[in-house]
Design a binder for this molecule. Structure first.
Ligand code: MLC
Length: 460
């Protein structure tokens, strides 16, 4: 079975129902079906066929949904690029994924005009459930990002679990403000919407100042966010928060650890216990607090159906139908990530006697800022390319809103001002990767093996 067959629960079986609100317009599932068929025809005319990659660099918009569905129907592999990425980061992904077609926002008017002239029948392509549906680039430990190849079956297993475990159905009203280029917005958001047949309002992006208005106007029952979003929502005035809490059914948090303090303040203000769950680009969702039963703050809950979890030497290992098959064209990285069919997450975890998992940190020095992953190595490599820089180390420091932010510790061979380095980083790296501070040192703290001891950097 492929994703189109599951999406048909809505695209064909609920075709006259309102499906999507975006920027003041409402579309039925029939509209979504028709538009994506037309888009599929355009892509076929551009020579795209099953197994080819379609790269998109787009903010949340209707066309991103059309393109994803068109790719799914054609067996084309969808490769979304983070809209905050700059040229250097985009070039890496284009080089690695070798897409047959690459589309940006400026290409949309042409695509729209062409699509509207197409008859819009379903493309006659047979797609197997094991076929890749998407490649999601994750920040790589080697400095540049690697593509996690996710199949139709991976996405299907994930969404079916979430519909069942979080009781998502066609009567929900779903407010989606997360970017569609990551698995939280795409794998959870878009797939739960299409498989449940609920009504979704999609926002171009989450905006702090407009958030309360969107909730009060749309009156959703379901919302997915990263912890930074929940921190922002705590600024909503008491009376409005209570009203929102009154019509909401479920708030879910993921992509970064939700501080127990935010959980408690949110409950006091909105009257809801946020349901925290754990996932990764490579595996989609793995562990979740229960919908019915205790949502225990500070934990990520219990394994989802079909997901096997083991803690080996403190590290969390996983197996299940949601787990990806490997990194795109990276045999060695794939080999290192798996052992006997088990995936090594790199997360350190503990489990309580009654089965609740708690994440205790990462084996690597990954930084998570606002729900976006940052591998320090990538920023360090860029800093080392600067002729004035002799040594560089980047570490995360706690931040009350973003969770963590990167700080750069630099040893110079020639003088250069911090704001000059900041400007060069700003031109080359996504805004969330920019070091918030540059600390100049005479030498980096290293152990006897010569490895930088990042834990000591904060004391420098
Ligand atoms: C943030 N920015 C965006 C943007 N999100 N720009 C365009 N589109 C978006 N979607 C930019 C802003 O322009 C600004 O840039 C900077 O980021 C900070 O924005 P802000 O307005 O101050 O935002 P803030 O209120 O702090 O909220 C940020 C945020 C964002 C929470 C909306 O961090 C975000 O969307 N996070 C979601 C990340 C995500 O989806 N992760 C899932 C990964 S999947 P400038 O240049 O002005 O600084 C995964 C697996 C799993 O991890 O388990 O889910």
């Amino acid at each position: 079975m492929n994703l189109t067959q599951l999406f048909d629960l809505s695209l064909t079986l609920r075709k006259s129902r309102p499906a999507l609100e975006f920027e003041g317009h409402t579309y039925t599932f029939g509209d979504i079906e028709h538009r994506s068929n037309q888009t599929a025809e355009c892509l076929m005319r551009r020579g795209l066929k099953a197994g080819d990659r379609l790269c998109v660099y787009l903010p949340n918009c209707l066309e991103m949904i059309d393109l994803y569905l068109a790719a799914v129907k054609l067996g084309v592999i969808f490769v979304p690029i983070n809209i905050l990425y700059r040229d250097r980061e985009i070039r890496h992904i284009l080089h690695d994924a070798e897409p047959a077609v690459f589309l940006r926002e400026e290409d949309l008017p042409g695509l729209r005009a062409e699509a509207s002239t197409m008859p819009g029948g379903r493309p006659a392509v047979t797609v197997d459930g094991g076929a890749p549906a998407g490649i999601i680039y994750t920040s790589g430990t080697t400095g540049t990002s690697k593509g996690a190849v996710l199949s139709h079956d991976n996405f299907a297993a994930n969404a079916i679990n979430l519909l069942t475990c979080w009781q998502i159905s066609s009567v929900d009203r779903f407010l989606l403000a997360l970017p569609l280029f990551h698995v939280h917005g795409l794998g959870n958001g878009l797939h739960c919407w299409l498989m449940s047949g609920c009504r979704m309002r999609l926002l171009r992006r989450f905006e702090h100042a407009k958030a309360a208005g969107e909730f009060l106007d749309f009156r959703p029952t379901l919302f997915f966010g990263v912890p930074t979003i929940y921190v922002r929502l705590l600024d909503i005035p008491e009376a409005e928060a209570r009203e929102i809490g009154g019509f909401m059914r479920l708030f879910v948090s993921g992509s970064a650890p939700l501080p127990a303090q935010v959980f408690a303040e949110f409950e006091a203000k909105f009257g809801h216990r946020i349901l925290e769950r754990y996932g990764m680009s490579e595996t989609l969702m793995n562990i979740s607090n229960p919908y019915v039963g205790e949502r225990r703050p500070g934990t990520v809950g219990l394994p989802l159906p079909g997901v096997s979890v083991e803690i080996r030497g403190g590290e969390l290992w996983l197996k299940g139908p949601n787990v990806f098959s490997g990194y795109w064209r990276r045999e060695e990285a794939t080999r290192e990530a798996f052992e006997g069919g088990w995936f090594r997450t790199g997360d350190v975890a503990e489990v309580s006697e009654d089965g609740y998992y708690t994440l205790r940190g990462r084996k690597s020095d990954l930084i998570i800022s606002g729900g976006f992953n940052i591998y320090p190595r990538e920023i360090e490599e860029f800093l080392l390319e600067q002729e004035e820089v002799a040594e560089a180390a980047v570490a995360g420091v706690p931040d009350p809103v973003r969770g963590e932010v990167p700080v750069a510790y630099v040893v110079l061979r020639r003088p250069v001002a911090a704001d000059v380095l900041a400007e060069r980083c700003g031109a080359a790296l996504a805004s969330f990767k920019l070091p918030r501070r540059f600390v100049f040192l005479d030498k980096l703290p290293r152990n006897a093996m010569g490895k930088v001891q990042k834990r000591l950097l904060g004391e420098s």
